[in-house]
Design a protein around this ligand. Structure first.
Ligand code: ADP
Ligand code: ZN
Length: 627
């Protein structure tokens, strides 16, 4: 099949239109003056008109205006039996009646550009209706089919770390390998998998590896290519992508940066039907429409899960969400190992040391690092890559323009460690708190670090004590920073927002304040059509809201005081948690238990690997910035 570049066609049409307009304007440059018929007659009577050409549609000619300048004119004819006589009487030298000019020329000249535009539009629409094959390459997806020839095949071996994500995706691989068999066994497969993670953490690589492991074609596209200037093109491309997928099933479709199309639709006044929304709707329609039986799986990636339209996350769409975390110390070492396979490392190179020095680097940075180091070694004609090359490569990447890497400074790391250790310590010391499952200073999504608590069982009721404890835990982070550094950072923003929310609800919804009493002051649910930020007016009076504010403040202050007391009287344990965090970056619940007993952890080798599926599944809370 001959491949036509859509831009080429587009370019031609644009050129055509431009030439047309130039011709038209050149015509106008002949300074034709539009005259009223009455003016025209006056000029005749003033003997200023020298030439006249009469047709049924117009009268054109030449005249001298009041300043004596010779000009062309044009006017619309009227039923005027005296015209010829007047012309004869007033020295009009030449007058004639024009032959009808045919109908085509005027239409073409006046309407040409518009007709062309309409034709162009129709042509585009026709393509979008999905019928014609080649006319509409414009609305075709640009999805690239990754070669799955054995030499270039990416498998899980090429993806270091990400064990949880790999485990999650295993099922998809089994399915793609043999959809029929999988279904006979009663497996239910999600239609779409959403990969969450910072840029460069290996989402694309993972998706590719899934296709590689299953041995199916991999179509990769990016959300941004679905957002085009012309309404309808994006939707058409989405349709096309799915069509291609169906034809090559079983296969894997990948959409990078899905947030470009999948942003929360504007729910405000006036609505708004823009291109992106249309594209998103098409995507939803396609996802609802295709049956997993067909053997097509959609994997999408984003680093902004918070902006995604909730409709995308509903069951039957991206019903599985997999977090691709930034690599921790151990992962970084493994990734470095993967990418140093092809280069010769000198004896002095210790990847563990490099991994330690690169907290904050993601997979792409580390791949880049290995590459840079090799280039540096080659430039110095070395036989192997030395530690010095590696170190220099780190600096280059930090200075490099490609990627704004965030290498955490020692100081930053320390602040984050104290912050998270503060949450953990308070959580461990409060009896009603949920067990701490994991503490980490590895950035995840927008959060710089996180403390993960998992409830032991599902709870339907929460007591006032539990809520107060929760507040103290939330403040633990900020308080630890304050106590240790006598300086506070912006890192607690999310904690504060959450705490305020809890305290507010305690007072206004749960009736947990004596002063306010058992009155619900909850704002009525915001109507969708009012938009998300236009909240309805408060129901309570100014006086009540003063009391409410005060009560909220009281609750918050007493929770904070509790956190301060707990942290100040346990500084040595706090320091110990921090030391271990700085060394290992992640600590498990068991690790914390051991530290709390003031015992030492066993050496790093096997103490720190954890692939807890529960955690990834648990929810997106962590990723959504609960620092
Ligand atoms: P994302 O899609 O998350 O932005 P990519 O998958 O495009 O990231 O990663 C870019 C490159 O970084 C990959 O091609 C690979 O070389 C390297 N990389 C990222 N993560 C890993 C990993 N976990 N293991 C090995 N290499 C990785
Ligand atoms: Zn915090």
């Amino acid at each position: 099949m001959k491949k036509k570049n859509p831009w080429f066609v587009f370019f031609w049409i644009m050129l055509f239109i431009i030439v047309f307009m130039l011709i038209n304007s050149a015509k106008q440059r002949g300074q034709e003056v539009d005259l009223e018929y009455s003016q025209f007659k006056q000029y005749i009577k003033a003997k200023s008109v020298s030439k006249v050409l009469v047709s049924s549609d117009f009268i054109k000619g030449q005249f001298r205006d009041t300043d004596g300048v010779l000009k062309k004119f044009k006017t619309i004819p009227m039923d005027d039996p005296n015209l010829i006589k007047d012309m004869e009487d007033n020295n009009v030298l030449e007058f004639s009646s024009a032959q009808r000019n045919g109908w085509l020329a005027p239409i073409l000249f006046n309407w040409g550009p518009i007709i062309l535009l309409i034709l162009f539009w129709l042509w585009m629409m026709r393509g979008m209706a999905g019928g014609s094959k080649q006319a509409m390459s414009f609305g075709k997806t640009k999805a690239k089919l990754a070669g799955n020839n054995a030499a270039k095949k990416v498998t899980f071996k090429d993806v270091a770390g990400c064990n949880e994500a790999k485990e999650e995706l295993q099922e998809i691989i089994e399915f793609l390998k043999d959809p029929a068999k999988f279904q006979k066994l009663g497996g239910k497969i999600p239609k779409g998998v959403l990969l969450f993670g910072a840029p460069g953490t290996g989402k694309t690589l993972l998706a590719k590896a899934v296709a590689g492991e299953a041995g199916v074609p991999f179509f990769s596209s990016s959300g941004s290519e679905f957002v085009e200037m012309f309404v309808g093109v994006g939707a058409s491309r989405v349709r096309d992508l799915f069509d291609r997928g169906r034809k090559s099933a079983p296969c894997l479709l990948f959409i990078d940066e899905i947030d470009a199309v999948g942003r929360h639709r504007f729910a405000g006044i006036g609505g708004g039907h823009d291109e992106r929304e249309q594209t998103l709707n098409q995507l939803l329609v396609e996802m609802d429409g295709f049956d997993t039986k067909e053997g097509v799986i959609l994997i999408a990636a984003t680093n902004r899960p918070d902006v995604l339209d909730p409709a995308l996350l509903r069951p039957g769409r991206f019903d599985r969400q997999v977090i691709v975390p930034s690599p921790d110390l151990k992962d970084r070492e493994e990734i470095l190992a993967v990418h140093s396979r092809k280069i010769t490392l000198g004896d002095d190179v210790n990847l563990n040391v490099i991994a330690r020095r690169t907290a904050g680097f993601v997979g792409a940075d580390l791949a880049n690092l290995a590459n840079e180091a090799a280039l540096l070694a080659a430039r110095h004609s070395q036989k192997s890559v030395s530690m010095i090359n590696m170190e220099e490569a780190i600096d280059r990447i930090l200075a490099g323009p490609q990627r704004k890497s965030r290498l955490m400074s020692e100081k930053e790391k320390k602040v984050i460690a104290y912050h998270e250790a503060g949450h953990t310590l308070v959580a461990k010391l409060l009896p009603s708190a949920d067990p701490v499952h994991k503490v980490s200073i590895v950035p995840r999504g927008p959060a710089l670090g996180y403390t993960l608590q998992l409830p032991e069982e599902d709870k339907y009721l929460t007591s006032k004590t539990e809520l107060l404890d929760r507040l103290s835990i939330l403040f633990g982070g900020r308080v630890a920073e304050e106590v240790i550094f006598s300086e506070i950072t912006t890192g607690a923003q999310n904690d504060i927002a959450k705490a305020t929310d809890i305290a507010t609800r305690m007072v206004t919804e749960f009736g947990m304040s004596d002063k306010v009493g058992l009155i619900s002051l909850q704002k009525p649910n915001q109507e969708v059509f009012l938009g998300r930020d236009i909240s309805s007016s408060d129901r309570h009076s100014g006086k009540t809201s003063e009391i409410v504010d005060e009560e909220i403040k009281n609750i918050i202050n007493s929770a904070k005081d509790k956190a301060v007391a707990l942290i100040k009287s346990n500084i040595s344990i706090l320091n110990k948690i921090v030391d271990y965090l700085l060394e290992r970056e992640n600590l498990t619940g068991q690790d914390i238990d051991i530290i709390m007993k003031d015992e030492e952890l066993s050496p790093l080798e096997n103490g720190n690997v954890e692939t807890d599926k529960k955690e990834t599944l648990k929810n997106l809370d962590v990723l959504l910035g609960k620092d």
